[in-house]
Design a protein around this ligand. Structure first.
Ligand SMILES: CC(C)(CO)C(=O)C(=O)O
Length: 481
């Protein structure tokens, strides 16, 4: 049974703490317009309320309401669209990783369209900026001018630049009318980002965050809304190595079904939820040093984001305690480690893995390894019910349930493979294999699955490279060998 802990973070609970820092008062102040009268009166209660001059002092330094969205894929669009629909919506800035996307945004009316049950609603009023993702090769950031030979083309890939420079330009939609003159419009910013929702794919997270690293502070909060695990460890290592100065992190596990139909249009095909929680800054230390204090207070920006997302009905977001969130994440990991690679190998919809005894056997072999790895994780040690919750047959029930509910969907991994995009396999199956290795558990079945998906990705990439564009026709042909 999942213990829903919605409300455990609520400010009135915080009130019981003896010592409240300036930040907490500041946050309370910022929330007054959305608080219930009970909470409102508490803050102005004689005994508890800070002096008037302190209130005024903190009011000036209110928690900034602007929310940046890094990644305008299907989840990014859903979040941006939903947030603009709430009463007194926060200002939203969409961060584009390529300048040509900005041009496209302008051309397409500066709006996001969300279709639910065949009804499309457009929303506008967004601010936009370009935050060109940093390219990395062999784990090192590559300066843009080194990579592209031209400083003025940040965010474009070498072949796109070559195409733009050539007189016989390609016909690709994305680069058909690029804005390459940086003088044309100042579309970048160096202002501090206080609240950011990261929705880019797991493998792009480090490079996307590197582009805005200088704008994030110890007081900022990043919410990661992504598939897979092991991303935060990578971000800590590559982007924010200093534990004391890194921003605050929150995690969200999203179960909404959303499909992009174009750069700024999305279909909300399946209603789900977002399980949200704080990632404790010192969690790793607590693991190795039990004397480390377990209580961590929420940063004002984290609480602001939690409040804002949980008051957005379409998102159905709920706050969870960190240990519960971790277990929910592992359940999703187990489901994704079965449905996603199997649907890639079968090139079929999620429902295809059901009612097929041969595939059930494959599923069970994979799940026996996944279950053992999860049940052996040191971070779950001491938590009640872990063995039952992550037993192979319980995980199988979860997988079958999700495959059945989403039987007509194409898994996100299959969609990526079909488009020749990098998949999240290394953050799903790869994570299971890696954690298994750390604990001396060999996951041979999952290792094979990992290699099969990577192999298929390579195959498709190679086919794409052999796809020779025929200049002038707007079509392409695959040259036979
Ligand atoms: C649950 C599932 C498999 C639904 O398609 C999914 O999360 C995904 O496609 O990534």
């Amino acid at each position: 049974m999942q213990t829903r802990l919605a409300g455990w973070w609520a400010p009135d609970r915080e009130a019981s703490r003896e010592k409240r820092g300036a930040d907490e008062i500041l946050n309370a102040e910022s929330q007054l317009d959305t608080q219930s009268p009970r909470i409102r009166s508490w803050y102005f209660d004689k005994e508890h309320s800070p002096s008037k001059s302190r209130i005024q002092q903190y009011r000036r330094r209110d928690v900034p309401r602007r929310i940046h969205i890094l990644g305008t894929g299907s989840v990014g669009k859903l979040v941006a669209h939903s947030l603009r629909g709430i009463p007194n919506p926060p200002p939203i800035t969409l961060l584009f990783h390529r300048r040509d996307l900005l041009k496209k945004w302008r051309r397409e009316g500066e709006q996001i369209k969300l279709t639910t049950h065949k009804i499309t609603e457009s929303r506008n009023g967004y601010d936009v900026e370009v935050a060109a993702a940093q390219r990395r090769t062999h784990g090192t950031e590559v300066p843009l001018q080194e990579l592209y030979g031209e400083e003025t083309y940040p965010g474009l890939r070498p072949h796109e630049i070559a195409a733009l420079n050539s007189t016989t330009a390609p016909t690709s939609q994305d680069i058909s009318e690029p804005s390459l003159n940086p003088e044309e419009e100042d579309d970048t910013s160096d202002e501090t980002i206080h609240n950011v929702v990261v929705t880019v794919k797991a493998a792009s997270t480090v490079s996307a965050l590197s582009a805005i690293r200088h704008r994030l502070t110890r007081g900022s909060t990043i919410i990661f809304l992504q598939n897979g695990m092991g991303i935060l460890e990578e971000v800590n290592r590559e982007v924010f190595p200093d534990i004391e100065t890194r921003p605050n992190y929150m995690l969200g596990i999203i179960s909404h079904g959303v499909n992009s139909t174009s750069s700024f249009s999305v279909v909300h095909a399946g209603f789900g939820t977002i399980a949200l929680g704080l990632v404790p800054r010192y969690a790793a230390r607590q693991l190795t040093n039990p004397a480390e204090p377990m209580t961590e207070s929420w940063a004002p920006t984290s609480r602001y984001l939690l409040r804002t997302l949980t008051r957005t009905p379409v998102l159905a977001a709920v706050g969870f305690a960190p240990t519960e969130l971790l277990q929910a994440q592992l359940e999703k990991l187990a489901v994704n480690a079965i449905v996603n690679p199997l649907t890639v190998m079968l090139d079929a919809r999620n429902g295809s893995i059901l009612y097929n005894f041969a595939l059930s056997r494959v599923m069970r072999l994979l799940l026996s390894e996944i279950s053992l790895v999860i049940r052996s994780l040191p971070e779950l040690r001491g938590l009640p019910n872990v063995n039952t919750r992550f037993a192979p047959d319980r995980l199988e029930t979860l997988v079958v349930g999700v495959a059945h509910r989403t039987r007509d969907n194409i898994s996100s991994m299959l969609a990526d493979v079909r488009k020749g995009k990098q998949t999240e396999i290394e953050y799903i199956t790869g994570y299971v294999v890696k954690r298994g290795e750390e604990m001396g558990i060999k996951c041979v079945m999952n290792y094979m699955m990992l290699q099969m998906v990577i192999g298929k990705q390579n195959l498709i990439n190679r086919e794409e490279q052999e796809d020779v564009p025929v200049v002038g026709t707007g079509k392409s042909v695959v040259r036979s060998k």
